[in-house]
Design a protein around this ligand. Structure first.
Ligand code: DO4
Ligand code: MG
Length: 281
C-alpha cells in the first residue's frame, strides 16, 4: 500500500485502486499495525478514479509528515564511513567515523522539525557558506509511537561536506538548515518488513546532463533497521511517531559538488521517486 498526503486529502493506493480520506494525518498513520488498519479502513473510504488520483498526486503532493520529528542515522554503510574519513583527514577527526561504524551504539542525530520538511518536487537548499554539498539518498522509516516500524519513504539528507569535514562538531550546521530535509513521495506500507534486496538509486542532473548516477541495495547496511529504531526510542518519546533516515550508501566522487538548479532524483524500489531541485535559501 502507498499513502500520499496531498492538498486535496489523503490518498491510499492499493491493488490498482485509489481511496480518499480526510482523517487527520497523525491519527491516520500512528497505528499499531498500520497495514491492517488501512486494509480495514478501505471499506469506509471514498473510491477515487485513477485520473483524479493522479491529478491530486501531480498537482498537490505534500511531504508525508504531520507533526513528526525527522531524525537521521549516520555511518551505517561502509561507503559513508570511507568518504567521511577521507573528508575529515585534515581535521584529525577521521578516526571518529571508523569508531562509530564499528561501535555498538549507532550515530543518531536530529535532522528536522516537521514544518521544515520539504516534499516531492519542492526545492532543497545548499548553504551559501559551504563549498562542497551533496544529497544523501536514504531509506527513511516511519516508526509509530510504540517504536515499531510501520512504513518507509524516500529521504534526502542534504549535507555540507566542507562544513562537516572542517570539524565534526559542526555536524548540526552541516546537516540542519532550512530545506535540508526532503521526504516523499508517499509512505509505503507493506504487510511485512521491506525486502533487503530493495535498491536505492541516485541521479543528479545538470542542464539535462546526468552528472552522477548509481544505485545500491539496502542489504549493504551495517545494522538492522529495527536496531536503529530501538536506539532512537531508548530515551525519547514520540507521541505521534517519528521518521528516521537510515544513512547514505551513495556518495558522489570528491570532485563533485551540487550547484543551484541541479535536479536530484532518488528512487527506492516499491516506494517511488523523490525529485528535488537545488536552490539557495
Ligand atoms: O557522521 C555524519 C553523518 C553521517 C550521515 O549522514 C550518513 O552516513 O548518512
Ligand atoms: Mg546522511
Amino acid at each position: 500500500m502507498k499513502l500520499y498526503k496531498t492538498t486535496k486529502g489523503n490518498l491510499l493506493h492499493t491493488e490498482g485502486n485509489y481511496y480518499g480520506t480526510n482523517q487527520d494525518w497523525d491519527e491516520l498513520i500512528n497505528r499499531d499495525n498500520l497495514f491492517v488498519y488501512l486494509r480495514e479502513q478501505l471499506k469506509s473510504m471514498d473510491h477515487v478514479s485513477e485520473a483524479e488520483a493522479l491529478t491530486w498526486i501531480d498537482q498537490g503532493i505534500l511531504p508525508p509528515v504531520g507533526s513528526q520529528e525527522v531524525w537521521a542515522a549516520g555511518v551505517t554503510y561502509l561507503r559513508s564511513m570511507e568518504a567521511r574519513m577521507e573528508e575529515a583527514k585534515d581535521s584529525g577527526g577521521a578516526d571518529l567515523y571508523d569508531r562509530v561504524y564499528h561501535a555498538e551504539r549507532p550515530e543518531l542525530f536530529f535532522k528536522s522539525s516537521a514544518n521544515k520538511v520539504v516534499g516531492h518536487k519542492q526545492l532543497v537548499s545548499i548553504r551559501r557558506d559551504s563549498a562542497w554539498d551533496v544529497p544523501e539518498p536514504e531509506l527513511t522509516l516511519f516508526i509509530n509511537s510504540a517504536g515499531e516500524i510501520q512504513g518507509y519513504t524516500v529521504g534526502n539528507d542534504m549535507s555540507s561536506r566542507s562544513i562537516e569535514g572542517e570539524n565534526a562538531l559542526y555536524l548540526p550546521q552541516a546537516k540542519v538548515y532550512d530545506r535540508s530535509a526532503a521526504l516523499g513521495p508517499c509512505i509505503y506500507i507493506p504487510s511485512s518488513p521491506i525486502d533487503p534486496e530493495t535498491s536505492i538509486d541516485l541521479k543528479i542532473s545538470r542542464s539535462g546532463k546526468v552528472m552522477f548516477h548509481d544505485s545500491v541495495k539496502i542489504s549493504r547496511i551495517k545494522r538492522p533497521l529495527t536496531e536503529l529504531a530501538s536506539y532512537l526510542y531508548k530515551e525519547c518519546r514520540f507521541d505521534t511517531g517519528s521518521f528516521l533516515m537510515t544513512g547514505t550508501c551513495l556518495v558522489p566522487s570528491s570532485d563533485f559538488t551540487l550547484q543551484v538548479d541541479d535536479v536530484i532524483d532518488i528512487t527506492i524500489d516499491s516506494i517511488g521517486t523523490l525529485t528535488n531541485t537545488v536552490a539557495y535559501n
